[in-house]
Design a protein around this ligand. Structure first.
Ligand code: 9WN
Length: 419
């Protein structure tokens, strides 16, 4: 075990700890982010399990009445980030954004509870969280799957957590920019603009935000009104995995209704994932609901599908895809295929390696028996840390640190890989 790296990871997490929630990194992201928090809870659990549950409790304390859990919670005012609470204007007592993020909390809960050495001490807290997480999963199926296809759509790239992926480029041509209020970005004053989304993309992010705000953040209207409706295999794999894990946890706690419904969501999702398989790409692909077509984009979204229990043959294909990627990049797993024309090794989700995604892919492949490639992903992740520290993301060719530094979830993943 690399105790020195674990100690450094603990330091990063403590540094970004605000007591009852954690910020992704000081400066660039001064609030609580949804999937950052859930994944960071895994790291906290290794040195302070109670603090891990607090992280999840704080997140769910800001759940909306309809079940949605917002992607940002603006606990304190800070003008270092755009768009802030004054732009979202969701009318919440503690301001939040009005969209969601990958629902990784169900998975995190089960993993933390499975490993808990003090189950009796935390069981009431777990029991209290369970229906909240389930309500969020129900909300997804009710609000983002109106045709009951078994898979849910995202209506804003920020929801996927892979903000400027090449996956959204085509769908974004249908998102207008007319009427976008003037704004000033803050991200580019904290980090290298060449590592961030473009101004054109930001205008479209804001267009969607304004559209949803104009509809009063009414989730019964947003999906159908959005010109951006994309079914992301990675996002859905996270939801399916969380439903499956919640089913196991609920069963253990005697909550049989939640267990049954969660299992049904997961089973239906797994079956429907098959509709996203793209034989030409040799991996899963996004589906654009407006265009009614798969998106021809070899991104990490299709590889993250391995996080849920896809058929063994599909997991083997994903393992082969990653082996092929290893011929064109030094560090696994690039967020976009380096041989594809729109690859950009430093620009955010268009090429760089992200440890959180590596962790989830490795976890899924390991469960599917693809242990060798899972080990390779873990060891590449640690090589990046040794070379470049706890960055937000890394260039897959050079290993250079990109984006923000001292990143909470990167540190949490290091602890997970090493413990
Ligand atoms: C928008 C906090 C978040 C992550 C996302 C990542 C980035 C925000 C931004 O930072 O997104 O939500 O302003 O760029 O893309 O995955 O949750 O770390």
């Amino acid at each position: 075990m690399r105790q020195d790296l674990i100690d450094q990871a603990y330091d990063v997490m403590r540094h970004n700890d605000r007591g009852t929630y954690t910020v992704p990194t000081h400066g660039l992201y001064p609030f609580q982010w949804n999937w950052d928090s859930a994944l960071s809870a895994l790291g906290f659990a290794h040195f302070d399990e109670s603090r891990a549950w607090t992280e999840l409790e704080t997140l769910f304390a800001h759940q909306w009445d309809d079940g949605m859990v917002p992607h940002i919670i603006f606990h304190k005012e800070d003008d270092g980030y755009f768009p802030g609470a004054d732009v979202w204007r969701t009318g919440r007592p503690v301001p939040t954004s009005g969209i969601t993020q990958p629902p990784v909390a169900g998975f995190a809960m089960r993993r933390i509870f499975d490993r808990s050495r003090e189950k009796e001490a935390v069981i009431d807290r777990v029991r209290a969280l369970l229906p909240k997480v389930h309500a969020w999963h129900r909300w997804f199926h009710a609000s983002r799957d109106p045709q009951a296809a078994g898979l849910v759509a995202v209506i804003h790239p920020w929801e996927t957590g892979r903000d400027n992926s090449v996956d959204w480029d085509d769908a974004f041509t249908r998102v207008p920019v007319e009427g976008v209020e003037p704004f000033q970005r803050r991200d580019t004053s904290h980090t290298d603009p060449a590592h961030r989304p473009t101004d054109e993309q930001y205008k479209r992010y804001v267009y969607l935000l304004q559209l949803f705000r104009g509809l009063g953040w009414d989730n019964s209207r947003l999906h159908d009104a959005s010109p951006f409706q994309v079914v992301d295999p990675g996002f859905n794999a996270i939801l399916i995995r969380s439903c499956a894990d919640l089913a196991v946890l609920a069963q253990e706690l005697g909550e049989t209704d939640i267990a049954r419904e969660s299992r049904a969501f997961a089973d239906r999702g797994i079956d429907a994932m098959e509709s996203l398989w793209d034989e030409g790409l040799g991996q899963y692909a996004c589906f654009d609901r407006i265009k009614d077509a798969l998106v021809q984009s070899p991104s990490i979204g299709g590889l993250l599908a391995a996080f849920c229990a896809i058929p063994a043959g599909r997991a083997a294909c994903i393992a082969r895809r990653i082996e092929a990627l290893a011929h064109s990049a030094r560090f696994m797993v690039p967020s976009h295929d380096p041989l594809a024309p729109d690859y950009d090794g430093k620009r955010y989700w268009r090429g760089p390696v992200w440890l959180v995604v590596n962790y989830m892919i490795a976890d899924g492949l390991h469960a599917a028996g693809q242990t060798e490639i899972a080990r390779r992903i873990a060891s590449d992740s640690l090589r990046l840390i040794e070379q470049s520290g706890f960055a937000e993301y890394y260039d897959p060719m050079t290993g250079e640190a990109c984006g923000g530094g001292n990143f909470t979830w990167t540190a949490a993943m290091v602890i997970e890989f090493l413990k």
